[in-house]
Design a protein around this ligand. Structure first.
Ligand SMILES: C[S@@+](CC[C@H](N)C(=O)[O-])C[C@H]1O[C@@H](n2cnc3c(N)ncnc32)[C@H](O)[C@@H]1O
Length: 309
């Protein structure tokens, strides 16, 4: 049996990112705000997290469904977008604060720049970028392996307009494709910034290595990766019930899409030690969200990172 993780090896917090600055100092004030930043978990709570995870592990997804979800992951994202259309993910307003690197490329005189959004969904990051763009020499690629998602990106009323000016490209592309293919209309080693927002968690851990190879193939020397995704012990992990556990920290949601929950150490191992990228920064965003009406406390945990070729 695995030894119990100690409180010290739980996610810490790094300062280089902005995250939020509202700190809860008096527990009695918890329901007076909608959110608190940099919240620590106490021992009792952490033990409960471990207990939940143990229960999930004792009630895994059956073998038949394991094969189904791991062999046809794209099918379930296609279904997701057929059901939700463009209405599920919200535009990422925090992008500008957390990833200023993107917005430097949008300045009028920034010169030739290429941004690739991987797992772009319906374009919730791609469109805010294009709308703010003042750089005539910027190219933005939005890629996703779901044909349905890419179709939704392309049918956005802005797409044709932006595409006409040669700025916007969208195509079906699998980050973890074994053939080493790169997105349509793109040259190898041409990307300045690869944006990966809640996409890496959708991969099976067995695909991480291939994804690293493909990333290296698209990025320029000195290119960077901007990353945000689920952190270990996020509420989304803790609240999984029976028959959702695929393997350690890797689950399938009710809609058939898969999700992994990372630690800082794992990201370092995947991207730096094994992937060969340089670590610019890795941080943990631990936040307590409050539903004041229902008097609910929701402990969220996300990881954010910047890696360089
Ligand atoms: C949780 S959604 C995030 C969408 C978008 N990045 C956002 O933040 O709104 C994950 C997206 O990654 C896509 N995806 C999952 N695995 C992928 C892969 N191997 N290659 C490309 N896209 C993938 C899914 O189709 C889905 O659109």
């Amino acid at each position: 049996m695995e030894s119990k993780p100690s409180l010290d090896t739980r996610l810490g917090r790094d300062d280089p990112f902005s995250f939020g600055q509202r700190t809860l100092t008096n527990e009695e004030e918890v329901f007076t705000q909608n959110a608190w930043d940099n919240v620590e978990w106490d021992e009792e709570q952490f033990n409960q997290f471990l207990k939940n995870i143990e229960n999930q592990k004792n009630n895994p997804v059956n073998e038949f469904n394991q094969i189904e979800f791991n062999s046809k992951p794209k099918k379930y994202w296609d279904l997701f977008y057929k059901n939700n259309q463009v209405n599920f993910f919200k535009d990422r307003k925090w992008l500008e604060i957390e990833f200023p690197e993107i917005f430097k490329c949008l300045k009028e005189d920034a010169g030739e720049k290429t941004i690739l959004e991987i797992g772009c969904g319906v374009g919730n990051t791609m469109y805010p970028i294009l709308e703010k763009n003042k750089n005539p020499k910027l190219r933005v690629f939005g890629c996703d392996y779901s044909d349905v998602a890419v179709e939704l990106v392309r049918s956005n009323e802005n797409f044709e307009l932006l595409n006409k000016s040669g700025n916007a490209f969208s195509s079906v592309w699998d980050l973890a494709n074994e053939e080493g293919e790169i997105p349509a209309d793109m040259e190898e080693n041409s990307v300045d910034i690869a944006v990966m927002i809640f996409v890496f968690s959708a991969l099976n851990p067995k695909q991480w290595e291939t994804a690293m190879k493909n990333l290296r193939k698209v990025l320029k020397p000195n290119g960077i990766i901007l990353f945000r995704d689920y952190g270990r012990y996020d509420l989304a992990q803790i609240r999984f019930k029976k028959n959702r556990y695929l393997e350690d920290n890797f689950y399938v949601r009710g809609d058939g899409t898969r999700v992994y929950f990372f630690t800082e150490e794992e990201l370092r191992d995947i991207f730096v030690n094994k992937g060969g990228f340089k670590e610019e920064k890795i941080g943990t965003d631990k936040r307590l969200l409050i539903n004041r009406k229902k008097q609910l406390k929701m402990y969220r945990c996300w990881l954010q990172a910047v890696f360089k070729v």
